[in-house]
Design a binder for this molecule. Structure first.
Ligand code: GRF
Length: 196
């Protein structure tokens, strides 16, 4: 079967992008990463696209007069590359409802907490302040609303007594790198099974 075509959209470091690229390097993985888009020209993660020989595009939101024109360009780039699924991976813009509607059920995001706990920013600080004993990460469908949308999968890590936001973030990030490829494979395999 042809592998599903996935775009990963980033804004920065790109460690989740790297995890997805590594997973997709296995021919048995049900998807290929066929396009990387960054809204920031300086995003460090762009180098991973280069390393893996994957087309990368910078679509800098600051070059557009408004969100609608930025998203129109994003949409065109995805359509031109025949993309079927979008993985947001550290993409720091909020997509509008009309864009999400066009890609309904086809946009995934990873968030470094056990949603619905601790949405938004400063997630690990929020977790430490709340005194939770476990945290983790969530892969979910993107819907209008920040870090809402049906949960696809989660992974749990312990919060240790002397954790700082940095040490907790590092532990969660390791779990993210396993969870995101697994969740993507799971939903694509499911979608393909329903098609036959
Ligand atoms: C990750 O913690 C992810 O959960 C959050 O942003 C961070 C991105 O990290 N949405 P990276 O760019 O994938 O390294």
């Amino acid at each position: 079967m042809n592998r599903s075509r996935v775009a990963v959209i980033i804004s920065g470091r790109g460690s989740n992008l790297l995890a997805l690229l590594q997973a997709a390097a296995d021919p048995a993985f049900p998807a290929g990463i066929d396009l990387v888009i960054s809204n920031r020209p300086q995003a460090a993660g762009l180098m991973f696209a280069k390393q893996f020989n994957i087309p990368a595009q910078v679509i800098d939101h600051t070059n557009f007069p408004d969100k609608a024109s930025f998203e129109a360009t994003l949409h065109d780039a995805l359509i031109t590359a025949h993309i079927e699924w979008i993985c947001l991976a550290g993409f720091m813009r909020i997509l509008s409802a009309p864009f999400i509607e066009k890609w309904r059920g086809r946009i995934l995001n990873i968030h470094p907490s056990l949603l619905p706990a601790f949405p938004g920013l400063h997630v690990h600080e929020q977790a430490l302040a709340a005194g939770v004993k476990f945290s983790g990460c969530t892969v979910h469908y993107v819907e209008a609303g920040v870090d809402t949308g049906k949960i696809i999968d989660q992974a749990v890590v312990p919060v240790l007594p002397h954790d700082t936001a940095e040490s907790l973030a590092a532990r969660v990030l390791e779990a993210e790198h396993m969870l995101y490829p697994a969740a993507l494979a799971q939903i694509i395999s499911l979608a393909n099974a329903h098609q036959v």
